[in-house]
Structure formats: C-alpha cells, structure tokens
Ligand binder design. Structure first.
Ligand code: ZN
Length: 257
C-alpha cells in the first residue's frame, strides 16, 4: 500500500484538503517546497518528499527567514510528505498529512550544494551516546534558538527532539512557555520534527491531543532515563490488522491530475 502512495509523482489537484491524522491520513492540493530558498536547502530530493500543506511550506520559509535574521546559517530541510501524503515505504510512521517537517540540527555554514551531493549529507548527533545530555562539542546556543523559533511559530502543535535535547533546554530555559511544545522522543538527535496543528477550515483533519500543560521538565522527562525506557519490552505481535486509512484517501490517491 505504501509503495502506491510513494509512486505517485504529483499532488492531487484542487484546493488543499487534509484528511485524517499524521500517522493515518493524506492530503490533496499539496504544495511543493522549493528545493532552495532564502536560508534553506532541501536535502535528499530524489525521495520526492518535499510536499506539504501551504501552511507547512509557509512555516519552513518563515522559519528559515527568522533563523537567518538571527544570524544562523542556512538550514537543511529533510522530509515533509509525499505528493499526496499517505504512508511511506520507509523512514516515518507519521508525515502523512503534509503537516510535518524534519529540520536538521546542523549549524555549519553551507555553500550552495548540488542535488547529487545533497543525497549523501551526514549530520552529527548533538546528543551524547548514553543520551544523558547533549554533546558539548556539538551542541551550540544556536540550536536552542532554532528550536525555540520553531516552537513559537504560529500554528505549531509540537516539536519533537531527543529527550537529551529537551533536558538541556530544561536546564537552560526551565519554565519557558515554549518548552511545552518541545516534546521528548527517541532518535531526533540530529534533526527536529515539527508538526503543525490542523490549519483553519480543514474539517477532515484530526489533531493529536495537545501536549499536557507545563514545561514538561518533570518526571515524564526523567522517565526516559529509566531502565524501562532504555530497554523497552518487545511488543507482542498484534492479531489486529493495522487500522485502514480514512476512506476519502482512496479517492485522493486515485485522482487524476
Ligand atoms: Zn519527522
């Protein structure tokens, strides 16, 4: 199923329309993020995952501009969504509705880079191997600036980062209201994942529950260093088939351009 979604080269026509949720949904009328713009270069263009709701494309453009205005170097932009969203054959469970973007946490100065070279860029983790904190040789104040800019941007639901990054932000900025939207997760040690809320007027779009109140610098963050979190028990195989995509997504997939 995912391979069919990945095989469609372009968006479904018409106005933007988000159906379902980020882990089970699709989008019609998606816009392409230009591969280059003021303050950004998109990477791994061959994947054709640079599509999103116009609100997401505007978010990336505005974030790159705001970062540039703060003196940060150009951003590498990773995956947004496939042209019609939907499940991906590899790489992500979410990113299905054109409301998620991966922004790499790389603050090195960048030359204009060819599409071929952008296929193979490697970015160092900013997190220590044991994930107790950030690496002092890789973490920079500019990383916090960039994450904060994303978390404070209008329409942002949450920013997912490695729990060690959240710990560092809690150490330096405890109590800051924007920390509520910065949520700890596994991985995400070399990129942040930004998710937008359903844009206004998107009646078929389903948001996740909002993050709990508070800055999140609490026991829920400490949990990530417990043995339970570090060595999760293997999940028993489920007898249930995976839930189907919303019915409207079948038409989005098949719509002629
Ligand atoms: Zn992501």
């Amino acid at each position: 199923m995912a391979t069919r979604w990945a095989a469609v080269a372009g968006p479904a026509p018409g106005p933007p329309r988000v159906v379902g949720s980020t882990a089970l949904g699709c989008i019609a009328g998606a816009q392409a993020l230009p591969p280059d713009g003021p303050g950004w270069q998109a990477v791994r263009l061959s994947r054709n995952r640079g599509w999103g709701h116009p609100a997401l494309v505007a978010f990336v453009r505005d974030l790159a501009g705001a970062a540039r205005a703060r003196g940060l170097p150009a951003l590498w932009i990773g995956d947004l969504a496939q042209p019609r969203g939907g499940p991906m054959p590899y790489g992500h469970a979410s990113h299905q509705t054109g409301l998620d973007a991966d922004i790499w946490l790389d603050l090195s100065p960048k030359q204009h880079t060819s599409a071929a070279a952008r296929e193979n860029i490697r970015v160092a983790s900013v997190v220590l191997p044991d994930e107790t904190g950030v690496s002092r040789s890789h973490w920079q104040p500019g990383h916090a600036t960039l994450i904060r800019l994303a978390a404070e941007a209008p329409g942002v639901d949450r920013v997912l980062v490695n729990h060690a990054i959240k710990r560092e932000l809690c150490r330096a900025h405890a109590g800051a209201p924007w920390l509520r939207r910065v949520r700890p997760w596994r991985g995400h040690d070399a990129h942040m994942h930004v998710r937008l809320r359903c844009p206004p007027g998107e009646a078929e779009c389903r948001d996740a529950p909002p993050p709990p109140p508070g800055d999140g610098c609490d026991a829920s963050l400490a949990w990530w260093l417990t043995p339970e979190a570090r060595q999760p028990a293997p999940r028993p195989p489920s007898a249930e088939p995976p839930p189907p995509l919303p019915a409207a997504c079948a038409a989005v997939l098949d719509q002629r351009r």
